[in-house]
Design a protein around this ligand. Structure first.
Ligand SMILES: NCc1[nH]cc(CCC(=O)O)c1CC(=O)O
Ligand SMILES: [Zn+2]
Ligand SMILES: [Zn+2]
Length: 354
């Protein structure tokens, strides 16, 4: 019997040893299928009806509510660094809120004023407008409510006010059209009413915006615990109940898949998954179900706050963690990332990779 050779390999190196492929920053970078670039970042901005306001949002480190007069000076250095797109949220503090969310499409509403201003001052910047009523209704829900006489006596007693879906969809059409007319390159309905994607698309087409205004659907938007800082920032906390009858249940993969397929069929130009980090599987689903529609994700306010809190607690380095999260979204198949880290990422992407 021959003596065992002491030099015999225990496994075929090509199968077992991977470390040879990523021992240098360049080699690590070449292992990635896709890389984060500045044009993938869309920055969410809060605009108030106090024209000179620059007000810190306590729960969103570094983020502020901006008055219209302060917007140009705020955006100029970001555009200089490579900012390509923003999504606007209105924060009416003085306008009169009512049951139908009238301030949403008032000609002087902050989002419309800001859209005009940005199109004028930053012609290269893509402007998206979030379409929803919750910042504008007196009850704080995302759509209009059913008139009381449409409810059963039991529902009336329980204060179980119910969203009036068809009426809300008509309202969403009007609001989206108002933003398109103001010059929005993109409208993004986040209200989650059934049928709003097709209805808004039709309204855009019927009014001559079919080839001038994109529709990004918040398709798989979950009833998440991570919208708290946003609702504080936007003043959109519902004054009764919650959003569980129109935003998706977090554990409902099937519903999310159906919503994705439906919104793609209804003509969405972009699909979105929101929040982002806990829903990477849903992003992957979206890539498989609608491979020909670009996919966005929204790294929401609570995710941003959570990453900051962890960094402040010494759990990890802020930049490294923020980049890792973005790389997860890329891997899952996103081409557009809505994130409050955008200003930081514009800086970080100019630094050498570690
Ligand atoms: N419908 C409004 C809207 N659009 C985006 C967010 C959340 C964004 C964030 O948390 O950063 C919300 C809040 C909500 O649905 O309650
Ligand atoms: Zn809403
Ligand atoms: Zn409900």
């Amino acid at each position: 019997m021959p003596a065992p050779s002491s030099t015999a390999p225990t496994a075929v190196p090509g199968e077992a040893v991977l470390a040879g492929g990523y021992h240098h920053p360049l080699l690590r970078s070449l292992q990635a299928e896709r890389h984060l670039t500045k044009d993938m970042l869309m920055y969410p901005i809060f605009i108030t009806d106090e024209p000179d306001a620059v007000v810190d949002i306590k729960s969103l480190p570094g983020q502020k509510r901006w008055g219209i007069n302060k917007l140009e000076a705020f955006l100029a250095p970001l555009v200089q660094k490579g900012l390509r797109s923003v999504i606007l949220f209105g924060v009416p503090l003085h306008m009169h809120k009512d049951a139908r969310g009238s301030p949403a499409d008032d000609p002087n509403t902050p989002v419309i004023l800001a859209t005009h201003l940005i199109r004028d001052k930053f012609p290269e910047l893509v402007v998206a407008c979030d379409v929803c009523l919750c910042e504008y209704t007196d009850h704080g829900h995302c759509g209009e409510l059913c008139p009381l006489d449409h409810l059963t006596p039991a529902e009336q007693r329980a204060d179980a006010k119910i969203i009036d879906n068809p009426r809300s969809v008509r309202r969403m059409q009007d609001v989206a059209l108002a933003y398109a007319r103001a010059g929005a390159h993109m409208v993004a309905p986040s209200d989650m009413m059934d049928g709003r994607v097709g209805a808004i698309k039709q309204a855009l087409v019927d009014n001559g915006f079919g080839n001038r205004c994109s529709l990004m659907a918040y398709s798989a938007k979950f009833a998440s615990n991570m919208y708290g800082p946003f609702r504080e920032a936007a003043g959109s906390v519902p004054n009764f109940g919650d959003r569980k009858c129109y935003q998706l249940p977090p554990n409902a993969r099937g519903l999310a898949r159906r919503a994705i397929v439906r919104d793609a069929r209804e003509g969405a130009d972009f699909l979105m998954v929101k929040p982002a980090l806990p829903y990477l599987d849903i992003m992957r689903d979206a890539r498989e179900l609608a491979p020909d529609v670009p996919l966005a994700c929204y790294q929401v306010s609570g995710e941003f706050a959570m990453i900051h809190a962890g960094a402040n607690a010494g759990v990890y380095d802020l930049k490294a963690m923020a980049l890792e999260s973005a790389e997860g979204f890329l891997r899952a198949g996103c081409t557009l990332i809505l994130t409050y880290f955008t200003p930081d990422l514009l800086d970080w992407l100019d630094e050498p990779a570690a």
